[in-house]
Design a protein around this ligand. Structure first.
Ligand SMILES: Cc1cc2nc3c(=O)[nH]c(=O)nc-3n(C[C@H](O)[C@H](O)[C@H](O)COP(=O)(O)O)c2cc1C
Length: 222
């Protein structure tokens, strides 16, 4: 939860269409709480981004040491559970995360000229959390989680259409969540906030978490 003073300021700024009022909170604000700062930036991005403010690049590393990166959607964020997205554990990323839990995320909000970089370790969300999220998806999206063998070679588009139709026949009213489609939580050990400045004098605020769980902040040259 955001401190009420900050939440009120954000609400006022967003309803008055004045994001600059929000930006004034950046400098030195919430120095020990990167989650509060993330929530503040995310709230602004939800207003200003034309689409998918929750889109983030997820980088993983394979057994061969080679990195790969793709977009996934950030579905929830909080101090206890970290940054959560949902995917197929049999996909390329799923296999890579099973072999190496160290991942990196980056969100880029072009409308705000801001970037957030997150590094940490990934774990599977609970069954209950995965079930709850899956239940919110539309029926066709639920069926496609069964129909799509994510990252596997596909012979033709028709093959996918037929698999989707077969799933339509297979399930009644309720579509159960496939065991291989679930949430992933990234528990961050560092979160960096980058904001655009004039003449390339951009601001970089790096938060790192120590072993006792406390966060500390430092600045980086842009
Ligand atoms: C805007 C956007 C959102 C996406 N969201 C997800 C997502 O939440 N989960 C997911 O598995 N794939 C998502 N994808 C597809 C992935 O980028 C990727 O194509 C897919 O997961 C297969 O990746 P992999 O072969 O590296 O495992 C999204 C793609 C875009 C462009």
């Amino acid at each position: 939860m955001l401190p009420s003073r900050i939440a009120t300021t954000i609400a006022r700024a967003l309803t008055s269409g004045c994001p600059r009022a929000v930006r004034r909170l950046d400098a030195g604000a919430m120095a020990d709480d990167p989650f509060a700062l993330f929530e503040m930036w995310f709230a602004e991005a939800r207003v200003s981004e034309p689409n998918d403010p929750e889109a983030m690049a997820l980088a993983t590393v394979g057994d061969d040491g080679r990195p790969s990166v793709r977009i996934v959607l950030l579905k929830s964020v909080d101090r206890d559970n970290g940054f959560t997205f949902h995917s197929n554990s049999r996909s390329r990323k799923g296999r890579e995360m099973a072999g190496n839990a160290d991942v990196a995320l980056v969100l880029h909000w072009k409308s705000l000229r801001r970037q957030v970089r997150i590094e940490g370790r990934v774990t599977a969300a609970t069954e209950a959390e995965s079930d709850a999220y899956f239940a919110t998806r539309g029926r066709q999206s639920q069926l496609s989680a069964w129909a799509s063998q994510q990252s596997q070679p596909l012979g033709s588009w028709q093959e996918l259409v037929e698999r989707q139709a077969a799933m339509e026949q297979r399930f009644g009213d309720k579509v159960a969540r496939p065991e291989h489609w679930h949430g992933y939580r990234v528990d961050p050990r560092s979160i960096e906030f980058w904001s655009d400045g004039a003449h390339r004098l951009h601001q970089r605020r790096l938060f790192t978490r120590s072993t006792d769980g406390r966060w500390s902040e430092s600045l980086l040259y842009p």
